[in-house]
Design a protein around this ligand. Sequence first.
Ligand code: PDD
Length: 279
Amino acid sequence: RIVYVNGAYVPEAEATISVFDRGLLFADGVYEVTAVIGGKLLDFAAHMARLRRSLRELALPSPMEDDAILAIHRELVARNALDLGHVYLMVTRGAADRDFAFPPEGTKPSLVLFTQARAAIETPEATRGLKVATVPDLRWARRDIKTVQLLYPSMAKMEARSRGADDAWMVEDGFVTEGTSNNAYIVTQEGTIVTRSLSNAILHGITRAAVLRTAAEHGVRVEERAFTVDEAKGAREAFITSAGAFVTPVVAIDDVPVGTGMPGELTKRMRANYLEEAL
Ligand code: PDD
């Protein structure tokens, strides 16, 4: 695989980054994951807008203009002949002496990109649906910033796995915030899609925005509000969205089947509609 690191396209085994990089020492960096279908980048402009916002919120310098970042994405997709999967991008504050204070102005941010091929469309998860386990949301309070500080979500996923589930839904004050790397939704018995409204408590998903647009176009009712674990367990359907999962059904929460315990009809329709518009 050819990856990009600080100006160079190199085989992954030859890519290097400083041991003093603040991404490594402080998780001082932000990232984006952009889906690729048929060699095309999905919603690239929206990912760049969110990247700009993450950078601004952390006073991280921008490594380059959007056009140049797009050119790197395209070059990596071409060099790796990527048909289906995603491009990962990470910007860190760069290498400097280890100090909690930010390094002096002029420190060069690091920019790393790589591709991952994934059979993201005909997946077993999409067909059979995911089981989720609920865990307390112990992340920091600025989950709207897409930082590379992902240890807790990673631990939450392992906890879910140890309980026989596929992924975790995180819970704060009794309400579901989101999945470890995806936004969370339920469908009420009346057929309304419910998902948490945007705030610092969750990541503002690009797929979320696209799916809510798709719902509006198809006349599906949407309520943006928090829902409890109990409401979710009693819902007709549940699903998640992300650049990696698109729309993927959730069929059980803490071993309680959601609806029939099979992927829901509206969920399947939303997935098909989303992919149709994306392609
Ligand atoms: N994760 N919530 C969290 C905490 C996320 O990490 C993600 C994305 C999402 C969904 O956002 P989007 O629709 O823009 O992908 C929600 C990426 C895919 C990841 O970490 O791999």
